[in-house]
Structure formats: structure tokens, C-alpha cells
Design a protein around this ligand. Structure first.
Ligand code: IPE
Ligand code: IPE
Ligand code: MG
Length: 238
């Protein structure tokens, strides 16, 4: 029987230029090991670094990660403090990563709730990496509903009176990236949790039970294989 040849190395072509990740399951990963939830975030940050590396190697043009939602502020202070510390650590490393990989980092979301120092370092990394050819969007204090409202208000303040789809596209936090071709969510939940609601109109979805800290190159390969096995039709006949 004909057996479909498995892709040996991670590759992508123009049909896969943007992958978005909902990095879920850090807390469950930790509690199942009898560890505090914050340890799960540390392990999740390590998995994130590896996946960024994989996407760099495959020369993926756009990558978006959901790191912290507008709703995640309702978690215990200790957990939030740990996540902010992980963000700060990543900002320390980011300069090296952007230069090596020709990467442009953009933080999606309203930066105003972050500590002043974090805010200015986020802006600094965005500026320093602004000539990078490939984009890494990090959704931090991100919520898609508020992003859409923000986009509409931006368009209105630019003098628009009747809002078009294009006006919204042009004013989203993700305006420099095309819509995601593939959205991957780890840890078994099958929902968007306020992520890229507008952009996901024709995205392909891939859900896995694997918890984010265990999500690795093999898992990414499975998701990409699944993507390439699908037929996108955009409402037409394909
Ligand atoms: C995702 O993991 C990370 C953030 C939301 C910051 P969770 O912390 O949501 O992990 P679970 O879903 O509780 O296992
Ligand atoms: C979505 O995960 C947000 C991030 C991964 C940053 P949540 O854990 O916050 O989502 P729900 O609460 O399960 O919907
Ligand atoms: Mg979760």
C-alpha cells in the first residue's frame, strides 16, 4: 500500500507563513508533578525558547505566541510575578536572539499595565529589532476583543467615519503579519480564549493534549504534517 512519505525535517513554504501558538498547560504540568504552578511557567518558557529556535531553523516568516492574556491578571499575585520575571529574563536575552536570527519582536497588547521598566525594555527591543526580516509576535496582556475595539478607535481617530475590514486589519496589533495559517493549542482545551478572533477567520486549527512544557519539535512536526494534509477552501470549491 502507498505510504505517504513523512517530512524528515521541519520545512514550510509560502502556504505556511504564519503559525500561532496558544501555549497552555503550564499549571497542569507543574501540579501533576507536585510542583508549584510557577515551575510550570519556567518549564513553559524553556519550551517556548526551543520552539522559537525550531521556527527560526525552518525560516518561518511569522510566529505568534499567546503568553499572557488580559484575563490572566485574575490569577494569584505570586504566579503573575513569576511570569513577569520570565518576561524580564527573556528581554535580557532577546538582543542576542534577534541579531542571530534576523528576527523582529513585536509585543501584541496594551503595555500600560506593565511596570515602567518592563514597558520601556519591551519598546527598546521592538525598536532594536525593527529591521528584522522575520516576525515574532509575543501576545502579552493581549485580548482579541479589546484589540478589535482598539483597531476601530484608531481608525476613527484617523478620521474614518465608516469602518471597513481593511481599516480593522490595518490597525490590529498584528498588522505586520498576515492572518495565521495554523493555530496550535496545547493541553487539550478546544477554544480560542480571546486569541486572534478576527485573524482566525480561515486559520487551520491543531489541538493536542500535550501540555505546553512538553511541546517539542516532534509535536510541531505533527502539527505541520496535519496542516499539509488539509485542503483550504475559503468558502470556495478548493
Ligand atoms: C498557560 O498555562 C500559561 C498562561 C496562561 C500564562 P496555564 O497557566 O494556563 O496552565 P493550565 O491551563 O492552568 O494548566
Ligand atoms: C490562554 O490560556 C492564555 C494563554 C495561553 C496565555 P488560559 O489558560 O488563560 O485559557 P482558559 O482560561 O483555559 O480559557
Ligand atoms: Mg490554561
Amino acid at each position: 500500500m502507498f505510504k505517504k512519505k513523512k517530512r524528515e525535517v521541519l520545512t514550510c513554504d509560502e502556504s505556511l507563513s504564519h503559525i500561532a501558538f496558544i501555549m497552555d498547560g503550564n499549571g497542569r504540568w507543574a501540579t501533576s508533578r507536585g510542583l508549584p504552578r510557577s515551575s510550570g511557567h519556567v518549564a513553559g518558557a524553556a519550551a517556548f525558547r526551543k520552539i522559537v529556535e525550531c521556527c527560526n531553523q525552518m525560516q518561518l516568516k511569522h510566529m505568534t505566541v499567546y503568553a499572557f492574556s488580559t484575563e490572566n491578571w485574575s490569577r494569584p499575585k505570586e504566579e503573575i510575578d513569576r511570569i513577569m520575571k520570565l518576561l524580564s529574563d527573556y528581554l535580557d536575552e532577546a538582543e542576542r536572539i534577534i541579531d542571530k536570527n534576523d528576527l523582529r519582536i513585536i509585543f501584541l497588547g496594551d503595555k500600560s499595565p506593565f511596570a515602567r521598566e518592563l514597558r520601556s525594555r519591551m519598546r527598546e527591543i521592538e525598536q532594536k529589532s525593527s529591521s528584522g526580516k522575520r516576525i515574532l509576535n509575543i501576545a502579552m496582556n493581549y485580548g482579541s476583543r479589546s484589540e478589535i475595539v482598539h483597531a476601530v478607535n484608531e481608525a476613527l481617530s484617523n478620521g474614518k467615519r465608516v469602518i471597513t475590514e481593511e481599516d480593522i486589519d490595518d490597525n490590529l496589533y498584528t498588522k505586520l503579519s498576515p492572518p495565521p495559517d495554523l493555530i496550535i493549542r496545547s493541553a487539550g482545551e478546544m477554544r480560542l480564549s480571546n486569541f486572534l478572533l478576527w485573524q482566525a477567520a480561515y486559520s487551520e486549527f491543531y489541538f493536542t493534549d500535550t501540555l505546553w512544557p512538553d511541546f517539542d519539535e516532534k509535536e510541531l512536526k505533527k502539527a505541520i504534517e496535519s496542516f499539509y494534509s488539509r485542503k483550504r477552501k475559503y468558502g470556495g470549491l478548493g
